[in-house]
Design a protein around this ligand. Structure first.
Ligand code: G6P
Ligand code: MG
Length: 222
């Protein structure tokens, strides 16, 4: 029986995935590394420091900065990113998200958040949806970034459901991998997520009916 739906935040609940990219691109440019949207796909779902390490490796500069310098770069990126969050309001929720969250609640199914962003609680506050989730995994207590399943397993434990009783929703390849590794059913939003159990083009296609149809089709197969 489906007992919980666990959401990623950046790129699923709101379009902050693009703001992360803009901030990283500015910092990377300052140190002579060019990154584009294609490379950015590899950063989705990856923690701040791990993202920086991937960018440095991409530019062949992983040895060029010591630890304090890397911390300074990550903090510069975060300052740019946080500044760009100032315009977030309830209107910044992606299409279909308020409706599907309400439908899940109405069906008495639990909702969770599994984001490795240390800015998650501020973003939920700006969007005015702190009350929409029964449990939000605390990114500061997570040791491993996606694709490790840790954050999804933590969300299921916090919701008091088994992973086999839950759906996870993600826009990142690493995130879908994490959901699958947790033993949950995965929904991928956007292109390039063939490893998701259900692939949707956008959050517009998310609905309680689509989630329950998907759940029924998967659990018959199992
Ligand atoms: C999410 C995003 C990543 C971001 C990570 C950490 O997983 O998809 O792009 O690097 O959160 O976010 P933070 O806000 O803590 O820098
Ligand atoms: Mg995401």
């Amino acid at each position: 029986m489906l007992k919980a739906v666990v959401f990623d935040l950046d790129g699923v609940i709101t379009d902050t995935a693009h703001l992360h990219f803009l901030a990283w691109r500015a910092v990377a440019q300052e140190i002579g590394i060019a990154i584009d949207e294609t490379f950015n796909e590899e950063l989705k779902g990856i923690s701040r420091m791990d993202s920086l390490m991937r960018i440095l490796r991409h530019g062949g500069k992983e040895k060029a900065f010591d630890h304090p310098q890397r911390l300074a770069l990550a903090s510069k990126k975060n300052a740019l990113y946080v500044r760009s969050l100032a315009s977030l309001t309830h209107e910044s929720l992606l299409p279909g998200i308020p409706e599907v969250l309400a439908e899940i609640r109405a069906a008495n199914v639990r909702t969770g958040l599994a984001s490795v962003s240390l800015n998650a609680s501020g973003i939920l506050r700006a969007l005015g949806i702190q009350q929409a989730f029964d449990f939000c995994a605390d990114a500061s207590r997570i040791a491993c970034s996606k694709p490790d399943p840790e954050i999804f397993l933590t969300a299921c434990a916090g919701l008091n459901v088994r992973p086999q009783e839950a759906i996870g929703i993600e826009d990142a390849a690493a995130g879908v991998e994490a959901i699958n590794a947790a033993g949950m059913q995965s929904v991928g939003i956007g292109p390039g997520l063939d490893h998701a159990g259900l692939q949707l083009r956008s959050t517009r296609e998310l609905s309680w009916k689509c989630l329950t149809d998907f759940w029924a089709s998967r659990t018959v197969l199992i």
